[in-house]
Design a protein around this ligand. Structure first.
Ligand code: NAP
Length: 252
């Protein structure tokens, strides 16, 4: 595999952490399929990558729908080549205290994070096995340790950790590693929306978070992209099934 340009799929890459990861992997020399719900929304990530000499394509897909995932992976194979790197990053929140949480809030969050990661990984793993090399990075969260108002999201993010460890066990013999990143507070539209829901400005929300963050700043997508880049690197082949909390301290 070493001389061939590798193809990566990054889900939820129109913005936020996914966009940061996609840009970083392109800088690392990978071709990137920028996958998100709305294909047009992927344009800014794709344009940024192309402007710096990288290769990227925009692909609209809903990771929670099997047919959509299969069609997306087929397009990746046709337009870029067989993918051997997958970053399961697409995510949503539907926060509420348990007694007010609807079945739809529960199912939607499970659908994007768990079902979505399952469908994408199942569709792409054969390409990794065929190549005898692969890298899977899944986005968990410090919320996996429990977070008030996030029973659905915390359960999904804890589930991502079990999913990751099982992928590591099943696919390791084929040269494939699987690791999870559990970010703390990262400044993106997701955390901005949480601030709005709590009736705070984003600046107030970020400042309020600082006392719990040892390095005294909130994270940026580039902080997570750096770790993803490491997990995907050639030299990280002996690291698999791990969960790294990237939260500016022992945990958020
Ligand atoms: P974000 O800014 O909300 O971006 C998430 C992206 O995923 C959006 O572009 C969204 O598209 C897309 N998406 C949602 N549902 C999808 C689906 N079914 N199929 C394809 N794409 C879909 O979120 P973020 O903050 O960058 O978070 C990225 C990942 O990191 C998520 O898994 C999140 O849970 C995790 N995380 C974030 C933080 C944080 O502090 N930000 C902390 C821990 C973990 P739409 O805009 O069309 O919905």
């Amino acid at each position: 595999m070493s001389a061939k340009v590798k193809t990566a799929v990054v889900t939820g890459a129109a913005r936020g952490i996914g966009a940061g990861v996609a840009r970083r992997l392109a800088e690392d020399g990978l071709q990137v399929a920028v996958v998100d719900l709305d294909e047009d929304a992927c344009a800014s990530t794709v344009d940024t990558i192309r402007a710096t000499g990288g290769t990227a394509v925009a692909i609209g897909a809903d990771v929670s729908h099997e047919a959509s995932v299969l069609a997306a992976v087929e397009r990746v194979v046709t337009e870029l080549g067989a993918p051997t790197v997958l970053v399961n990053n697409a995510g949503i929140t539907r926060d509420n205290l348990l007694f007010k949480m609807s079945v739809d809030d529960w199912d939607s969050v499970m659908g994007v994070h768990l079902r979505g990661s399952f469908l994408m990984t199942r569709a792409i793993q054969q390409h990794m096995v065929d190549a005898g090399w692969g890298r899977i990075v899944n986005l968990s969260s410090t919320s996996a340790l429990g977070n008030r108002g996030q029973a659905n999201y915390a359960a999904a993010k804890a589930g991502m950790q079990g999913f990751t460890k099982t992928l590591a066990l099943e696919l390791g013999r084929f040269g494939v590693t699987a690791n999870a990143i559990a970010p703390g507070f990262i400044a993106t539209e997701m955390t901005e929306a949480t601030a709005a829901r709590l009736g705070m400005s984003f600046e107030e929300f970020k400042t309020a978070a600082l006392p719990a963050i040892a390095v005294n700043r909130v994270g940026e997508p580039a902080d997570i992209a750096h770790l993803a880049s490491f997990f995907i690197s050639e030299g990280a082949g002996f690291i698999s099934g791990q969960v790294v909390y990237a939260a500016g301290g022992p945990r958020a």
